[in-house]
Each structure stands twice: as structure tokens, then as C-alpha cells.
Design a protein around this ligand. Sequence first.
Ligand SMILES: C[S@@+](CC[C@H](N)C(=O)[O-])C[C@H]1O[C@@H](n2cnc3c(N)ncnc32)[C@H](O)[C@@H]1O
Length: 497
Amino acid sequence: MRRDFVVLNALKDNGRDFSCFRRPITYQIAKNEQECPKKPDKKFVLAGGCQSLPVLCYLHTKHMVQLLLNMEYAFFLGSNPALSAAEIHDYFKRTGIAADFDLKYAPKLLLVKTANELKSQAIIDNLGGTPMIARIIGAMSEFSAEAIIDELALEEQFIPNKKPVFSLSFDALASSLPDSKTARDVRAVGITIKKNINKKGCRAVLPQTGTALTTAQLFNAGVPEDAVGIHVLRVEKNLFLAMSVVAVQDITFYTRRDRERPEADPGSGMLPVKLAQMFINFSCVAPGTKIYDPFCGVGTIAAEAILQGFDVVASDISPRQVVRTKTNTDWLKNTFPNLIDPRKTVQLFEQDIEKPLQNIEVDSLNAIVSEGWLGPGIHHVPSSFEMENIFVKTQRLLNALLNNAERFLKKDASVVIAIPAFRVEKRIFRAPFLQENLRKFLPKSFVVESLVPENWSDAIFRDASQGMMLYGRPDAIVLRDIIRFKKIDKDKKSEYR
Ligand SMILES: C[S@@+](CC[C@H](N)C(=O)[O-])C[C@H]1O[C@@H](n2cnc3c(N)ncnc32)[C@H](O)[C@@H]1O
């Protein structure tokens, strides 16, 4: 049996730059289907595997060596890349999908390597912080129309049932581009490609302005549902990743959930829907289990939890808020009945968290996910006296919540909660009790669990303080400090210190 071996390092000597794969890899090319671990599309040269990275298939074009390693995806990180990356990590953890992560192209991308193809649209629908997911199809050391036209032809073969609509985006990491010139060059390349594609009866979508397509443009063009999208991202000076867009955030559905629900409460602060999804993911709670929001407001977290198929418990000190949550969750169920599992339960009641918790079964909650009290709706720069008062009350409420909830939470359950922080003239004030005496007030069966995934030390996490992460628009005075506690065996607390 004849076998060919291709060593990427040797190819590098031919003038190609494969540094995106970073380690030297030997690829074994199979010459017949029997040799393959899986049966890839027959248009591809078939390949076997190597010790550390099995390869499904291998293709060598004039312009690019294309490698379909165990499925490598680029998750585009949202406006708060640290939260987005942590969320993706926790989503994979809580849904049990094995993956390796790489932040080398942060803050733009998180690379995710998995053994199997991902159900990308279903995943992105549950991720608040990821605007787009693309499958990496190769790397190019130059950016030319010819190279991309080759790529498009291959993608067309790879996904033969898709409509011949291509989206082309040339996105650059901020670092390396002399921008005005590049935008012109990129546009010229785009137009050459568009003409070529049009000749074949295909349609191409190009960026309206600049070099990168927006998520909205991709979504409106029907990518990725009806189209094959090629996204070219410059990640290093002479290295371009070519990707096929496999999922974009459904902006219409988000807008409907945010704006069409009957009850809103801008006064006490409503959690953006996307952030509610992030909170649920941070709790690492297994799908289909039970979530409690003790400060439910108008029910943003409750609604997202219902959509994701959890049993939901929600309460608030204010009877008015409880009614609003009921109205909004009923609206959701009636408006999107096909998306909601009718067997799942929703329990709503009035409850001051500083009073003994009632109505909940002992040892029944898999997670508490909540945006706590954020203060009395401050719209001015707060004085230090005001901030101090808010922090004192926050500590009291948090203490009451943890003591109260302890016996209702299952072992290993997480409590994810947002508390207020303030921005005053570019300085951030975070609750002092978090730094000073958190351990003193924390009930024995809880520890703080960092939101920064273990061994992740990228610069995007520089705002994280003791594993807590901040969320706030650049002009916001009141920010949310997100904390995750974990319920542990009281006797084992010393192991966590
Ligand atoms: C920032 S809002 C939550 C908003 C909610 N996440 C939403 O999207 O609508 C905080 C909520 O905490 C409630 N609250 C304040 N003190 C409380 C307490 N002691 N016990 C329970 N709920 C309380 C308020 O009524 C308010 O609805």
C-alpha cells in the first residue's frame, strides 16, 4: 500500500506561511477510502491522521493548502471579548461538548477545535456574546482575487446544496493595516471576484463600507442558511485565514425579544437579552434542569431560561414586577410556541430575599442566575456617600441570598449574580467587600469561582478582579460586576483556598 507524507514545515520552505498551525504536523495522505477514518466528500483528497491531530481530509490547491483538521472554528468575540470568550468556554462545559480553545487571535476570535462538526446555528442562538461563527478552511500568505476565487469554487463543491450566493468579507485585525489604502485594495479584489462569480450565475455580497461585512449584512443576505460565505481575516502581517461563515446571530429574534415584550422597566434597569443568555451560560448549568432568579424584575432571565428549556423559578420583592414577569413570559410562550417545551414549569412568586425563602423545594435548584439590585436608578455621577450606601445594601442582600438559598441549591450548583459597580471620571469603583472581607461574610458552603477559565491568561481579562468581570457600555455610570459562587461541601472549603 502506497502512502504519501506531507510535512507542513517542508511546505513552508516553498514560500508558504503556515504559522497559524504553530506546531509542525505530519499529515498522512490516504490513497483510498478504506484508509480513511471517516468518509469525506469524494472531491477531496482523502487523508488519515497523525498522532496528536487526526486529519479528516486534505486538499492542495494552487494557492492554498487546505486542512480540515478535526473541525476548527473561529468564534467572533463580541463587544466585551473577555465575557464572550468566557461564555463560549462555559457553554461548551455545560453542554458537555469537548473542545480545545485558543485565544491567539483575541480580542477578535476564539479558535475552537472539536472532534465533530458543530451544530453552529443552535449554538450561536444560545450565546449572547458571539455575533458569528465560521469554520476555518485554510490559510493564505497572500491576499489576491485569484486565491479567493479558487477557495470559493472549493466551497461550492464542499457544500453542493447551498444556493450560489457568496459573501465576501475581508476583515483585518487592527494591528497591521495602513487602512485607507487597504480598504481600496480590498474593494478592488472584491469587485474582481464579484465579476468572476457573476459570470457563473452566482451572487456576491460585499461590504457596504470599509472591508468587513457586518453581522446584519450577513444575516440579511441569508448567510449561512442559504449561502456560502467566505470570510477572509488578516490575523498576522502575511497570514490570512479563509473561513466559511456557518452561523450568525439572529438579530431579528433578539430585537423582538428585547422590544416587543409587553412589559419594560428602564427605571430599575433591565438586563439586555444577550447578557441574560451569558449569565445562564456562566452558571455552567446542565440543559433541562432548574434555574432560579430571585430578583426577576420584568423577567428577562426567566424568559431566556424558558426558551432554553429550563424549569424556571422566579421571584421579586415587588408584586408589580412579579406580574410583569408573568406578562412577559406568557407573551413569550404565546408568541413563540414552537420554540418552547410545554412540559417545562414556570413558578413565580413574591419574595423579599431578606426574609426566609418559601415555595421552593429543598435541594431542587441547579443554579441561581440573577441580576441583583443595582441601586436606586442613578443617572448622575454618584457621591462616595451614595456609592457606599449602595454597596452596604448590596452586601446585605447578597449575604441574605446566599444564606437563604443554601439548602435549596444542589451540591456544586452555581450562583451567578450581577451587583453594581460605578464609573466616575474613568475610575471604576467596585464593591469594597468583594476585595476586603468576602471570605468573612460568605457562608461556609460557598466559594467564589473565577469567571476566567483556568489557565487562560490573555490580556482581554485584564479588567477581571479576583475572577469577577465587569459589563457596562462605555458611557454608563452604573456597571454590572458579575460574580460566580459555587456551592461546595462545607468540610472541603479549605481545599478551595
Ligand atoms: C436590576 S432589577 C432586575 C432586573 C431584571 N434582571 C430584568 O431584566 O428585568 C432588580 C430587582 O430586584 C428587586 N429587589 C430589590 N430588593 C429586593 C429584595 N430585597 N428581594 C427581592 N427582590 C428585590 C427589585 O424589585 C428589582 O425588580
